[in-house]
Design a protein. Structure first.
Length: 432
C-alpha cells in the first residue's frame, strides 16, 4: 500500500481503532485530502463509524461541522425524503474561508454555479428534465460504435505490442474525457485544457496536480469563457450534442454554463477512477480477472462491482429543513449531513462479505451513484462506457499485471487512483 503522508497521521488513524471516537479528531481525518489517499485507513475509520456511531457529529478545523451518515439504509432514507431534506445550503466539503470568498462574490449565496446538485424542488426538476432524455439508455445506445472507436484508437496509441505504462495517466483518464467531451461538443484538440481545468476544480489539494497557483473562482471563470464561446457557435451551427441542446433551451446563460461545467466534471474523474480502480481490483484478484476473461457475460455485474468497490464520490450533503431523528440521533433543522457513499457500499447489513471483490455479485444495490431525485444523471452512460472499455481491452491484451505501487489522489471529494503502473502483453504480440 502506497502511503503518501507522514506516519504521524496514519498513527492517528490507527489509534482510532482503540480510542474514543471524538468529533474533532474524526472530522479532521475526514476532511484531510491525504487521509483519502490511503484507502485502507479510510475504510478502517468508516467501518468503525458504521459499527459504533453510524450517525456521528464531527467538528473539523477550518470547515463547518456536520453529521456523517455511514449506513446504507440511512443514506437511502435521507436521500429519498425530498420533502424534508434539501441540497441547496451545502453540497460538498468546502473550507469556511472558501465559502466566505464565494458568498462575497455572489452576494451571500453559498455557490458560484447554479447547477443540479445545489438545486431543489421545481427548479431541480425542470433543469434535470432538460437533458434527462439525452442520458437515457435508449438514447446513448446509438453512441456504442463511436465509443468503441475511441477505446480502440486509444489502445492503438498506448497499448501497442508489449510494454509498460501508467494505466491511469495514459489510458483510464483519457477515454472518459473523450466520451464526455464528445457528448458536450468540445473538440478533441481542447481536451488537454479541459482535463487541466477539471482537475483544478476537483483535485486542488493534491500537490502533484496543483501545478500553479489557482483559486476556484478563476478556474470557474476560465470554464465560463470557454463554454460561452461554444454556446455561441452552436446557435449558428447546431450539432448533435449537449451544447446545441443547451443553446436552444429556455434557461439563463449562467445555468447553461453551469450545466457544461457539471457535465465536464461529473462525467470525467468519476468514470476514470472507476475504470482504473476496477482494473486494479482485477489485478489484485487474479482469479476474478481470469473468471471475467473466461466469461464476458459477467461484464455488466463486474462493472457494477468495480463501481461499488471504488465508490469514487466520497459524499454529497443533505440538509434537513426541520428537526429529524435518525438512528436515535436528534438532528437539528439546518444541520448538514454527509452521505458517505463509500461506507454505505461496504455496509455489512447489505453486502455479503463487503470487503471481497466479486464480479458475480447478485443485482447490485450499491449507492455509488447516489439515490432519489438527485441520483446520477450519467449512470447509464458510465456503465456503458466501462462495459465497452473492458470489452475492447480484453480483446486487445492478453496479460496485464501490476508493475509498481499504485498511488491515490489526495482529495476529499471525488477520489481514486493517481497512478497505476502496469505491464501488458498484447494478443497480437502473443500470436506473433
Ligand atoms: C462511475 C461514474 C460515476 C459515479 C460513481 C457518479 C456518482 C454520482 C453521485 C454520487 C451523484 C450524486 C447523487 C445524489 O446526490 O444522490 C452524481 C450526480 C450527478 N452525476 Fe454522476 N457519477 C458518475 C458518472 C457520471 C457521468 C458519466 C455523468 C455524465 C454527465 C454524470 C453526471 C452527473 C450529474 C449531472 C449529476 C447531478 C444530478 C442531480 O443533482 O440531479 N455522472 N453522480
Amino acid at each position: 500500500m502506497a502511503r503518501e503522508h507522514p506516519a504521524g497521521d496514519l498513527d492517528d488513524a490507527c489509534n482510532l481503532a482503540s480510542t474514543a471516537l471524538e468529533a474533532k479528531a474524526v472530522g479532521n481525518l475526514l476532511v484531510d485530502p491525504r487521509f483519502h489517499s490511503d484507502p485502507a485507513a479510510y475504510h478502517a475509520l468508516l467501518r468503525r463509524l458504521r459499527a459504533e456511531a453510524p450517525v456521528f457529529w464531527v467538528e473539523p478545523d477550518d470547515y463547518a461541522p456536520f453529521w456523517i451518515v455511514t449506513r446504507h439504509a440511512d443514506v437511502m432514507q435521507v436521500e429519498r425524503a425530498m420533502d424534508i431534506f434539501v441540497n441547496g445550503p451545502r453540497v460538498m466539503l468546502r473550507k469556511t474561508a472558501v465559502d466566505e470568498q464565494i458568498r462575497k462574490v455572489t452576494g451571500g449565496r453559498p455557490f458560484l454555479l447554479n447547477q443540479l446538485p445545489n438545486m431543489d424542488g421545481d427548479e431541480h426538476r425542470l433543469h434535470r428534465k432538460l437533458t434527462q432524455a439525452w442520458f437515457a439508455p435508449g438514447r446513448i445506445k446509438i453512441l456504442d460504435e463511436e465509443l468503441r472507436g475511441y477505446a480502440r484508437d486509444l489502445f492503438d496509441r498506448t497499448l501497442d505490442g508489449d510494454g509498460r505504462c501508467d494505466f491511469m495517466r495514459a489510458v483510464a483518464s483519457w477515454y472518459p474525457l473523450r466520451v464526455i467531451m464528445r457528448i458536450i461538443g468540445v473538440p478533441a484538440e481542447d481536451e488537454a485544457l479541459m482535463l487541466k481545468m477539471t482537475q483544478q476544480l476537483f483535485g486542488p489539494d493534491d500537490p502533484e496536480i496543483k501545478t500553479e497557483k489557482i483559486d476556484v473562482i478563476s478556474t470557474v471563470q476560465g470554464f465560463f469563457d470557454y463554454f460561452r464561446a461554444l454556446l455561441e457557435s452552436r446557435r449558428t451551427a447546431p450539432a448533435d450534442d449537449l451544447a446545441t441542446l443547451l443553446a436552444q433551451a429556455e434557461i439563463g446563460e449562467k445555468e447553461a454554463l453551469s450545466y457544461f461545467i457539471l457535465a465536464a466534471t461529473a462525467g470525467h474523474d468519476t468514470t476514470s477512477a472507476s475504470i482504473a480502480g476496477g482494473t486494479l481490483a482485477l489485478l489484485q484478484n487474479p482469479e476474478q480477472f481470469d473468471r471475467l476473461r473466461g466469461d464476458m457475460s459477467l461484464l455488466p455485474s463486474a462493472v457494477d462491482e468495480m463501481i461499488r468497490w471504488v465508490s469514487p464520490v466520497t459524499h454529497f450533503f443533505r440538509t434537513p429543513t426541520e428537526d429529524y431523528e435518525l438512528r436515535g440521533q436528534a438532528i437539528g433543522a439546518g444541520q448538514a449531513m454527509m452521505m458517505c457513499y463509500p461506507s454505505a457500499n461496504r455496509d455489512e447489513e447489505v453486502f455479503d462479505e463487503p470487503y471481497r471483490f466479486d464480479i458475480g455479485r447478485p443485482p447490485h444495490r450499491h449507492l455509488a451513484f447516489g439515490y432519489g431525485p438527485h441520483v446520477c444523471l450519467g449512470q447509464h452512460l458510465a456503465r456503458m462506457e466501462m462495459r465497452i472499455f473492458f470489452e475492447e481491452l480484453f480483446a486487445r491484451i492478453d496479460g496485464l499485471e501490476l508493475d509498481g505501487d499504485p498511488r491515490w489522489i489526495q482529495t476529499n471529494f471525488v477520489g481514486g487512483l493517481k497512478s497505476l503502473p502496469v505491464r501488458y502483453t498484447s494478443r497480437a504480440a502473443v500470436a506473433a
